[in-house]
Design a protein around this ligand. Structure first.
Ligand SMILES: [Zn+2]
Length: 160
């Protein structure tokens, strides 16, 4: 962000409440770029007793993750995650249980992650190219973003 979206003047670093912020340089304008994180919902999708991991169209072969998406205006996270699962996998959400809420600083996102049990037949939406079905006892998380939620879910559901 270089220019003020209100008056198009330059932005410059300033201090607001003792934190560095980009502020509008026009003294008539009081715009501050707060750079607040964007909420993202994530679904660890359970279908027929397995976990569905998906590869996004934009990702290289072999990279799979959980289902994610942005909320629509006025939507609750629970209804947003059910909608994303329906749009991307064609599945109906039966239950939605919060796994946790995670700060993803590199992407400036707050990830709200749920375990979503589903039914129906899988039909891939436009964003996905392929899925893989993972046995619950073979599921592993990773150390950033939604991977932290996968790790936490695996810890809470020890399956032998
Ligand atoms: Zn301005």
């Amino acid at each position: 962000m270089k220019f003020c979206p209100m008056c198009k003047s330059d932005l410059a670093e300033g201090k607001v409440d003792s934190r560095k912020r980009l502020c509008c340089t026009n003294t008539e304008c009081d715009f501050v770029f707060w750079d607040n994180p964007t909420p993202v919902v994530a679904a660890l999708v359970e279908h027929e007793n397995r976990i569905i991991m998906a590869r996004n169209r934009a990702w290289p072969a072999g990279i799979y993750s959980v289902i994610t998406g942005f909320l629509e205006k006025g939507e609750t996270p629970e209804s947003g995650v059910i909608r994303e699962v329906a749009e991307e996998l064609g599945l109906t959400g039966l239950s939605v249980d919060l796994i946790g809420v995670y700060a993803f600083e590199q992407m400036n996102q707050i990830i709200i992650a749920y375990h979503v049990k589903t039914e129906g037949n899988i039909v891939l939406g436009e964003e996905l190219v392929e899925i893989k079905k993972v046995e619950k006892n073979r599921l592993k998380g990773w150390s950033f973003g939604t991977g932290l939620a996968v790790t936490d879910w695996v810890k809470k559901h020890p399956l032998k």
